[in-house]
Ligand binder design. Structure first.
Ligand SMILES: *Cc1c(COP(=O)(O)O)cnc(C)c1O
Length: 406
């Protein structure tokens, strides 16, 4: 690279990633294969349209690559021929908006979990285009159990009669009962959509129930537990797929990012290997070990534990705000994000919780033993029981032992 100024910044970021413990549940480490595809000559090509129906010439290989990504996507999730997939969405947010544009007239009702309970902005929040174009019918979790209350969700759905119900969240660590959601949607004639952005890799690795048996539409990002490039895919039953394709292009997007689609194809190749199953299994084992150890050290884990890669901790129950907690941890070399907890009494800028996750650490090869150690380090930082310099050293040692790329 001739641009020394940028090169220095990328190197600095590389160093930051290699010397810190990344516990942000929506992040991961791409493989060399994914990275190669992203930086390949495919970045040069315009491929507006779909395979066999492009607006520009020269798409012989682009067509093959997009079709490869599609067939691998169907194979990884074990789909029958009544499912279609669109691999062109630039990212998860535009993909969700495209689904709604395709199926729900503006002003219609979309039932999604509210942001402060663990939902995503694009599930209807006012700050998102979704909340401006459609009306969100919010639902949350039970105050006592901090898990989904299906009786309550049924009540809201029957009263409000939304046209679409979306399940699949950004800060919810338990298994979702897709069958119950489907029954609720059916009882009011609504479309049932699952946003599996966070747990797609766990579904691919067969450590989380597959939503394909019940959902009409499934959106997923490709860069979280699935370990692909930043991007998204929309799976849909045949009756919806034509509308969704049109909503993506020409509705929302222009030319697809063919380098990103190629990188998705290779991420799906990796996700189809037996090793990926052990990887997914280890992600969950690690999260359980981390949650258990933090509980032993006196930290309150939201909903009592985790079934996934994700853990929500109520740090304010011990007098520390989420903002301060995340800043203290960052100084020690541990990267997390502050997060609201259900029924939070504080504000989103400084909520009561922090959100932790294990995909990146698991990609680095860490196991339960390291999770116990990391729980101790987190506890040491937040309680100030141990000196920051000592914790910093231990973080660096762990990072050296488990490099970002082997
Ligand atoms: C991450 C995420 C998205 C959005 O993905 P972006 O690529 O950041 O736009 C949508 N829904 C859920 C549930 C997510 O976790």
């Amino acid at each position: 690279m001739k641009d020394k100024e940028l090169k220095k910044l990328i190197k600095a970021e590389e160093k930051r990633q290699s010397e810190m413990l990344d516990l942000i549940p929506s992040e991961n480490i791409i493989s060399k294969g994914v990275s190669e595809a992203l930086g390949s000559v495919l970045a040069n090509k315009y491929s507006e349209g779909y395979p066999g129906k492009r607006y520009y010439a020269g798409n012989e290989f682009a067509d093959k690559i997009e079709n490869l990504a599609k067939s691998r996507a169907k194979k990884v999730f074990g789909l029958s021929s009544n499912w279609e997939v669109n691999v062109q969405p630039y990212s998860g947010s535009p993909a969700n908006i495209a689904v709604y544009l395709a199926l729900i007239p503006p002003g219609g009702k979309i039932m999604g979990m509210s942001l402060d309970m663990g939902g995503h902005l694009t599930h209807g929040h006012k700050a998102s285009a979704v909340g401006k174009l459609w009306k969100q019918i919010p639902y949350g979790v039970d105050k006592k159990t901090e898990t989904l209350n299906y009786a309550e969700i049924t009540k809201i759905a029957k009263k409000e009669k939304p046209q679409l119900i979306v399940a699949g969240f950004t800060a919810y660590s338990k298994i979702i009962d897709f069958k119950k959601f489907k029954a609720i949607a059916d009882s009011i004639g609504a479309i049932f959509m699952v946003d599996m952005s966070h747990f797609a890799g766990l579904v691919a690795g067969k450590v989380y129930p597959s939503p394909f048996k019940y959902a009409n539409i499934i959106m997923t990002t490709t860069h979280k537990t699935l370990r692909g490039p930043r991007g998204a895919m929309i799976f849909s039953k045949k009756e919806f797929s034509e509308k969704i394709d049109k909503a993506i292009f020409p509705g929302m997007q222009g030319g697809p990012h063919m380098n990103q689609i190629a990188a998705t194809a290779t991420a799906l190749y990796e996700a189809g290997k037996p090793e990926f199953k052990s990887y997914a299994k280890q992600i969950v084992k690690n999260a359980k070990a981390l949650a258990d150890e933090l509980k032993k050290l006196g930290w309150r884990v939201i909903s009592g534990g985790t079934d996934t890669h994700l853990i929500l901790i109520d740090v304010f129950s011990r007098g520390i705000g989420g903002k301060l907690a995340s800043e203290m941890l960052e100084k020690a070399g541990i990267v997390v994000n502050k997060n609201t907890i259900p029924y939070d009494t504080r504000n989103p800028g400084d909520p009561s919780g922090i959100r932790l996750g294990t995909p990146t650490l698991t990609s680095r090869g860490m196991k339960e033993k390291e999770m116990k150690k990391i729980a101790m380090l987190i506890d040491g930082v937040l309680t100030k029981k141990r000196k920051l310099e000592i914790i910093n050293k231990e973080v660096k040692l762990l990072c050296l032992k488990f490099p970002v790329r082997k």
